[in-house]
Design a protein. Sequence first.
Lengths: 210, 210
Amino acid sequence: MTPGWPAHTIFIVKILVVLAHPNQGSFNHAIAERAVKTLNKNEHEVIFHDLYAEGFNPDLPYDEILENEKIPGEIKNYCSKLAEADGIIIVHPNWWGQPPAILKGYVDRIFRTNVAYKFEEGDSGEGIPIGLLKARAALVFNTSNTACNREMEAFGDPLETLWRNCIFDLCGVKTFYRSAFGVIVTSTAEQRRAWLDEVQDTVNRYFPSS
Amino acid sequence: MTPGWPAHTIFIVKILVVLAHPNQGSFNHAIAERAVKTLNKNEHEVIFHDLYAEGFNPDLPYDEILENEKIPGEIKNYCSKLAEADGIIIVHPNWWGQPPAILKGYVDRIFRTNVAYKFEEGDSGEGIPIGLLKARAALVFNTSNTACNREMEAFGDPLETLWRNCIFDLCGVKTFYRSAFGVIVTSTAEQRRAWLDEVQDTVNRYFPSS
């Protein structure tokens, strides 16, 4: 580690970026684009999924839950990319305190047993899972039309818990950072520029050039 | 209201039951079946969606977000059924502290502006929404392979917040009750029978015969 970098800085090479927004001209796309540009500038390898553009099918079928069944090739491919990632960046709007369905389905289908976590031998699935992801840091960027203080006071900011605790901590990714930008619908061009700069700073902080 | 019923008892006629589990032989299906049977016995009209069986498409396209765009007929139909419901029952497994993607997409697409909530005139979408649903009570039945105490301690039981606060309270449904059954994977036939009886008791309590 380069001297002078803060302790949470991690030098990594393969970063997975997953985006879920149905509008190709959305601010979410601008965030993902800035993140990818920053990673490229820092000479990381970027794996990028725009789930809507790729037509990802979010419905986990029963066959895929059964551990020994064969999963489709395209799903295996998504799984490999998740398993290989040294770092992960997720970008999505806050819809009902949760990700859009297409991204929820990405988690349902790709964060599989024996890819993202496993159970101890002899455990029938009711125990505490062991995280398997090799990614050392995960960043989540959200947009919202609910003011951040209302999101916290009225709803307890569930996206923080969902991504930090229920997903990444469980899968072994212990370094986690999340930013929520809003209110988007009434934001000025200047605010949006500042938010994109904040995305760039965050990506530089966690995934700097080596 | 019949004397002797507890204060939260509501006499209603049209109950919407929404089920999301990919296995037609799942315990979730048994829960939904028991709920429907109890509602029928109490002479309520039941609207039943088995989202997987119906092949519901959970991906909200951009066109549907724009308020004045036309939405597909089948989506309008789902919306009407939600709007007409005097009571709602949701049945799903806990996947990552959240509903399966197919059910998240049902919320994304069907709990629309001007169906489930609206904004004050002159509000561009950043304000506090006003609930529009006429349903007077919502019940949520979940299954889980995480012990209830671990779900609370490690994750803060996000499904409670998501359904109670982020969705139903926001849409104007103030009477809310949720039961989480688990650990399913190691449960005995006797436990499952007792859980189904608990479902029946809950449905009878909130949606009794008039």
